[in-house]
Design a protein around this ligand. Sequence first.
Ligand code: 3HC
Ligand code: NAI
Length: 691
Amino acid sequence: MTAVRYELIDNIALLTIQNPPVNAASHAVRAALLNGLEKAEREAKAAVILGDGRTFVAGADINEFGKPPMAPILPDACNRIEASSLPVIAALHGTALGGGLELALSAHYRVAVPDTKVGLPEVTLGIMPGAGGTQRLPRLTGAEAALKIITTGRPISADEALKLSILDKIENGNPREIGLQYAQAILNDGKGPRPISAMPSPTTIDFDSWHAAALAKGKGQIAAATAVRAVQTACELPFFDGLKRERELFSNLMASPQRQGLIHAFFAERAVSKLPELEGVASRDIKQIGVIGGGTMGAGIATASLLSGFQVVLVERDENAAQKARSTVEKMLDGAVQRGKLSPETHAKITQDAFTTASDYTAISTADMIIEAVFENMGVKRDVFAALDKTAKPGAVLASNTSYLDINEIASSTKRPKDVIGLHFFSPAHVMKLLEIVVADATAPDVTATGFALAKRLRKVAVRAGVCDGFIGNRILAHYRMAVDNMVLDGASPYQVDRALTDFGMAMGPYAVSDLAGLDIGWATRKRKAPNRDPRERVPSFADRLCELGRFGRKTGRGYYIYPNQKEDPEVLQIISEERADQGITPRDFTDDEIQRRFMAAMVNEAARVVEDGIARRPLDVDVTMLFGYGFPRWRGGPMKWADMQGLDTVLHNIHTFAQDDDWFWQPAPLLEKLVTQGRTFDDLNKKAAL
Ligand code: 3HC
Ligand code: NAI
């Protein structure tokens, strides 16, 4: 198949881009487009550019990033199209994004089908438009509207694009028909080429304020702020000088580690659901979901399921608890109405027709999937699953939302362990995008496939995990928590730790996170693990003291911080200081840099063990888990990508250094040592797994 199909219909040349799945503007596409244009200039009176299949061009080919550019590069191709002697029409459908929209802007006229979306999402990949987008778009829309599109990266609807003059026309039909019709109309009207580069420069605005706002919003990310400066040149320089400046800024961003992190995240997010063992495995049909337990998680899971069109029946311990759960779910749905995610009519319909609550397990006898979210206690979970075994219909998927407990043991309390799986949602479950799909020893492949299919329906990112204490995410969390608790024992304050780690880019510091989740959760886990604790493990007794004082975090108004305003608390520092004295520790100072290095070394070290044990299939599965469930900064790509970019030898060296004080905690993961010896990276393992 040629990258661009050429057809001459009367005196109009149709150039149809054929590069499935999203018609990315690869080298082959760019070269074939220009060949087609030259032919059109010899044979036709107008040219129409359109995309084959599901979309117009969704952007430059991201696979070419980081490799030497191949001529014709996209900006040159766009300039050549714009300079054509023929009127060139872009006929859009699907998504015209990034280089795709830039290609359309280099055409002289743009027509689109009504559900088309257009946008410049480059900043979400750590770059900015680099094929004239920062120069052409503001000439059409004005600087302010262009900045909104470029700095947020959010696509806009065809209607909005028409209002902003990005589109000339919206037409029903297919891109071929509407492109031909529009080209004919242009010829009939005697119109010729209309290059945006010849349009006047946009009026200047307060770019310094836009730049400062983009920097602040970026929390360390530089792409959007850089793009502001590029748009500024559209107001200040002649078109082709502006293009040159755009190229320089674009190339700087292309060379940045942030671009590498964000592109890794883009591909990793798509790779997690590609499991060879599920190829060709059909999922089970799910219409009705039963939820057991309507507390924090059960209510969130019920809400997420209702919002995605499932029937939900929620079972609580008694009628009072069931009523309470119903009202929690209704409040969450109210929130969805307020955020514009749900219409009041659908809210009413859902709560009346799709949602029932009960206090008797017979209510779930028709459910296709049942998700348990009761207290985190093995005895309680075993009882629930034994009861489900008696009531659930044959073939129903039985899932547990446990945070840490052994899914194999839970499954063994039923006579149908092949139907049992872990579905680990994150709080709040109707908002957080991550779903860990925990595959137990006996879980049937079609049950795993059903977990992934559910995630897709819920618009969540699903990662396959194996069974161990905490699966992928919480196991790693438990380890880096130990590292930060040890730093606090040794002299850092929890507030310094939180600040150092939010400065690193974490959405929240670990102590603020504990307050949000509830300090009682960690307390219960410590008590559960106490009998088997290694005598060399250091105990964060200050955390137990806070719990003994009833300070469970946000829900009790006090934890590490005082709420509602999350103020630091001198009493907490006093408690920590007393605990240090009790343990005979002389406190020392930590720099923010050391806090960050210890935190990351602990995270990467445990993550390497998680991969080595097969709990995560590949390093990229860890990256996606930490990005979507634990607030790890996307622009750093995830902990494994971060480690690769630091150099695994540097991370290992740090671990050896830290081991000088505590060689029990800081034992290097064998996989990390092996990769360093072999001079390989975590990404090499991702690639090997993809083969
Ligand atoms: N280059 C290469 N491959 C791409 C791609 C691109 N620009 N966009 C998507 N793909 C690939 C995906 O990796 C995926 O591959 P896979 O099937 O092997 O996993 C496949 O196309 C389908 O993608 P999705 O699964 O994401 O399909 P959806 O239908 O859910 O979404 C989409 C389609 C909205 C187009 C989404 O893929 C998307 O947002 N793509 C990226 C768009 C983008 O960021 N464009 C700007 C690129 S940078 C640029 O243009 C620079 C320029 O200014 C010079
Ligand atoms: P919660 O205490 O808020 O809610 C538990 C609910 O289960 C209570 O409403 C209780 O009445 C009900 N319940 C207890 N036994 C029951 C039974 N036999 N039948 C029906 N209902 C019963 O607890 P939460 O936070 O919702 O946690 C639930 C599960 O989800 C736990 O396993 C927890 O580890 C896990 N989890 C919690 C997260 C969190 O951030 N809170 C995140 C991810 C998982």
